[in-house]
Each structure stands twice: as structure tokens, then as C-alpha cells.
Design a binder for this molecule. Structure first.
Ligand code: MG
Length: 159
């Protein structure tokens, strides 16, 4: 089996008046993430990692943000759809690893629920989905709490 890797990155700005959704989980927090969809930066970074590993473009190509169909979209549904497209192109999803960089909220209590959601969307055992969280040590805009960043890598087999 040939193995392929892809990286994904996403960042969103924190704004008042939106729910915070990460890894398909609604997290109690005074601010949420700005975005055309639900702003789920974990889902978006994993989508780009999967598409990158398959050399199938990026999230913007598959789900244009000027398309009303994706307004306030549930990003976990987009993630499932990307899994479907990647499998249709003869790949299998092997594992994903994610790092969320944010000063707040502390994500440790939510990590396993996010892993469960992502593993279900990808049809993977939870042991194939890693999610980690760090702060930016108060440096720069993320460290000042203006937004958060997510890094992801995905491994595919086949083709
Ligand atoms: Mg995004």
C-alpha cells in the first residue's frame, strides 16, 4: 500500500455572539469563531489535510464560501463528504493528527469528545484520531486571544 500525507491549516477570529464549535463539539465560551460555516477550524484543517494528501485541492474549491449551501454549514458534514470524495478517488484514510493553538478556552476536558466526533465523521477508530491543544504562550495575535489556529496532518493509503 502506498502511503500519502497531507497537511492542513486553518485560523479563525473570535467574535461575540456565535457559539464556539470545534471538532463538532459546542463548547461553552463567551466567544465563537467567525466564518461562513459554523467556523469549526478543527474540521476545516482536517479537511485540507485529507484533500492535500489526495492532491484534490482545498476546502474552498470543494465548498466555495460564496455558495449559500454552505452558509452556517455543519462542518462535520463537510468532513464526512470529503471522506466520501477521497474514498471515491480510491484512497483509504489511515489516521489524522491535529494541534489546536489557542489561549482560551482550555480544551483538555473536550479533547476526547472531539476525537470521537472526528473519528465518526471519518469512519475511523478513535485510536486513529489524535487532537492536542496548546497555547501560544501569550505571543502574537493568537496569544492575545484574537483567534485560534489549527494544524493537521492526514495519512492516506492506496492509489
Ligand atoms: Mg475555516
Amino acid at each position: 500500500m502506498r502511503q500519502r500525507f497531507g497537511i492542513g491549516y486553518d485560523s479563525h477570529v473570535f467574535v461575540d455572539g456565535r457559539p464556539l464549535v470545534l471538532g463538532g463539539l459546542k463548547i461553552d465560551h463567551p466567544m465563537g469563531l467567525q466564518g461562513h460555516s459554523d467556523g469549526d477550524a478543527v474540521a476545516h484543517a482536517v479537511i485540507d489535510a485529507l484533500l492535500g494528501a489526495a492532491a484534490m485541492g482545498d476546502i474552498g474549491r470543494h465548498f466555495p464560501d460564496d455558495d449559500e449551501r454552505w452558509k452556517d454549514a455543519d462542518s462535520m458534514k463537510l468532513l464526512s463528504e470529503v471522506r466520501r470524495r477521497v474514498i471515491a478517488a480510491s484512497y483509504t484514510v489511515v489516521n489524522v493528527d491535529v494541534t489546536v493553538i489557542t489561549e482560551a478556552p482550555k480544551l483538555a476536558p473536550f479533547i476526547d469528545a472531539m476525537r470521537e466526533n472526528v473519528s465518526q465523521a471519518l469512519g475511523l477508530p478513535i485510536s486513529a484520531v489524535s487532537i492536542k491543544a496548546k497555547t501560544n504562550e501569550k505571543m502574537d495575535s493568537v496569544g492575545q486571544g484574537q483567534g485560534l489556529q489549527v494544524l493537521a496532518i492526514a495519512s492516506l493509503g492506496g492509489a
